[in-house]
Design a protein around this ligand. Structure first.
Ligand SMILES: NC(=O)c1ccc[n+]([C@@H]2O[C@H](COP(=O)([O-])OP(=O)(O)OC[C@H]3O[C@@H](n4cnc5c(N)ncnc54)[C@H](O)[C@@H]3O)[C@@H](O)[C@H]2O)c1
Ligand SMILES: N[C@@H](CCC=O)C(=O)O
Length: 544
């Protein structure tokens, strides 16, 4: 069992501004230029050895300039998956036996390297590979990932310190927070470098070994994150990274008797597929695999008649359109009282139309491109449908262009029918549906939107009337795992607003919190008796 020491107390990593003339801006611009001029071989890492996957080749491109290749990956094959699982099994005994302090030190060092010399490497890769602006990269690939690593150490230490509170006389009870028996399969999404870095490392911190399958479109930043972890001292075989679409990897991993857990973030359909595959194979595992998944959303803003129009306008602009609406938390439906809409509409639409969309290395742009051709086609189709519909009115944006990059203008669609798919389907792009309601119908509208979509990830109420805030907070209690009052529904900060949702949005284990880390331990209760009985008979027994 681990000794309990006190690691450095975590504090949230401050966001650098990248304002003109700042040293961080100069360093980032230099690094962007460097990475644009090279093409990396985006290898698999198996047992510490780097080699290209054995399957089909995929170029990793800049979404805002899709002719520009940043690197090339090859899909991991079933043989690669088997080798990675073997490497994870070989590394497991030593890693599980290592003290918590040693495991924690790897992540604390990784956090400090990312806060320092690695910051602009990973930020630039996230900007180029995922088309994030400098600020969106900074809050994700630098600050949130640093926070995940530092806060997870803090929460994990709290878990280890959690011990039985009662000991009968002559007895010492202890809890041994063991890792799971087997490997954890971490499958990560394209949209957050921080999530991609957190999903394999959280189980590793608790003593598990991991197979990490990043999203192909996030592979550049994932590749560098793996290198950073190695520089921080992560031993070979603890995290084994397999690039590509994951289909062959799942063929092996989901049938393997040692599958001990899945740590997933991505879409609801993918998660449901993984869960049902595990269900179908349930008799073949050594233990019941832990399944943790954070998935899609149809996140809302509800504006009461008392809402401050400026607060609402900024919440909609930033909440719906930052990172092209490709945050699981992004506002994609707003319900606005008619009296407030009258005050906010014209300026809101003017500002949406004035948003600069383009290459993220041009710092005047507020938005970049959507991630790939599939996402572009989905958004194009949704906008075309809105333009054809009699009950929908495209009041801003609505233009798409994929000739150079996958660009979708921020789009606002007014809809009179709140049951339309605009209000229920996750498009995961810069499309905001707005339903304007008569002021007197506030409660009726909230009742309707509470469960019209299957998701329950994030949501916000904008109001100044305290009774309205209190009522909506209670009425929407199960409609969002992260609920905001007078703010946008995006931008959760580790340690402040633990993130995750319920219903179709996931298992709500809250990334970057103790509740998530607990899923990667299998506690053993140990009772030690100092003066054990030596006679089997009890005092009540009348033996004559
Ligand atoms: N709730 C959250 O915290 C959260 C955070 C980020 C993203 N998301 C959600 O993620 C989605 C967008 O991300 P995405 O497009 O990367 O999602 P996705 O489901 O398409 O892909 C997620 C990951 O699963 C992999 N994958 C797909 N099928 C697989 C299989 N059979 N075996 C192994 N791996 C497989 C993908 O390659 C990728 O790595 C949105 O729905 C968004 O809401 C949720
Ligand atoms: N945690 C992020 C969203 C992660 C999903 O994409 C936020 O709060 O905006």
């Amino acid at each position: 069992m681990d000794a309990i020491t006190t690691p450095p107390a975590p504090v949230n990593e401050p966001n650098l501004t990248y304002a003109p003339g700042t040293p961080e801006r100069a360093a980032l611009e230099l690094e962007l230029k460097r990475q644009e001029d090279i093409q990396l071989e985006l290898t698999a890492t198996i047992g510490g050895t780097k080699k290209m996957g054995g399957g089909a080749e995929t170029p990793v491109v800049q979404p805002h300039d899709h002719g520009h290749v940043l690197g090339v990956l090859k899909n991991a094959t079933q043989a690669d998956a088997r080798a990675a699982i073997k490497a994870s099994q070989e590394a497991a005994p030593e890693w599980a036996a290592m003290s918590f302090d040693d495991r924690a030190a790897v992540l604390l060092k990784a956090a400090d390297l990312l806060a320092g010399p690695w910051r602009q490497r990973i930020n630039a890769a996230t900007m180029l590979g995922q088309s994030k602006t400098a600020f969106q990269a900074e809050i994700d690939s630098a600050c949130e990932l640093i926070d995940f690593w530092r806060y997870n150490v803090h929460y994990a230490r709290g878990i280890l310190a959690e011990q039985p509170i009662a000991n009968s006389r002559g007895i010492w009870n202890r809890t041994d927070h063991r890792p799971l028996e087997g490997f954890v399969y971490a499958i990560t999404p394209f949209n957050f470098t921080a999530i991609a870095g957190n999903l394999p490392t959280a189980p590793a911190l608790m003593g598990n070994t991991v197979i990490w399958k990043p999203s192909p479109t996030q592979q550049l930043a994932a590749h560098l994150t793996m290198e950073l972890l190695e520089e921080a001292g992560m031993p070979p075989g603890v995290i084994n990274m397999l690039p590509g679409d994951g289909l062959a990897v799942s063929e092996v991993a989901l049938k393997h008797p040692d599958l001990a857990g899945i740590h997933f973030t991505g879409s609801t359909p993918t998660f449901q597929h993984l869960w049902s595959t595990v269900g179908a194979n349930i008799a073949s595992y050594r233990s019941y695999p832990r399944i943790v998944g954070e998935t899609g959303g149809k996140d809302f803003i509800v504006a009461h008649p008392s809402a401050d129009p400026d607060v609402l306008r900024v919440a909609m602009l930033r909440g719906a359109f930052e990172f092209q609406g490709q945050k699981c938390s992004a506002a994609s439906r707003a319900y606005v009282a008619r009296s407030v809409w009258k005050k906010v509409r014209d300026r809101f639409i003017d500002e949406v139309e004035s948003i600069h969309v383009g290459d993220v290395t041009d710092f005047s742009n507020f938005m970049g491109a959507v991630i790939d051709d599939r996402a572009f086609a989905k958004h194009k189709k949704a906008i075309a449908r809105a333009k054809r519909s009699k009950t929908l009115d495209v009041v801003a944006g609505g233009k798409v262009d994929d000739s150079v990059g996958y660009f979708v203008r921020p789009t606002v669609v007014e809809g009179g029918d709140p049951t339309d798919q605009m209000f229920t389907t996750e498009y995961f792009g810069p499309i905001l549906a707005v339903h304007v309601y008569d002021d007197a119908n506030f409660e009726k509208v909230v009742d309707q939107m509470e469960s019209i979509a299957p998701y329950a990830l994030t949501g916000a109420v904008i109001a100044q009337d305290r009774r309205a805030i209190a009522w909506a907070t209670d009425r929407l209690r199960f409609a969002a795992g992260n609920f905001y009052v007078n703010d946008k529904p995006t931008g959760a900060v580790v340690g402040q607003q633990p993130f995750g949702g319920g219903r179709a949005s996931g298992t709500n284990d809250k990334a970057g919190a103790a509740s998530n880390l607990l899923r990667w331990t299998s506690p053993r209760s140990v009772k030690e008796t100092f003066d054990p009985p030596t006679d089997y008979r009890y005092p009540f027994m009348d033996l004559g």
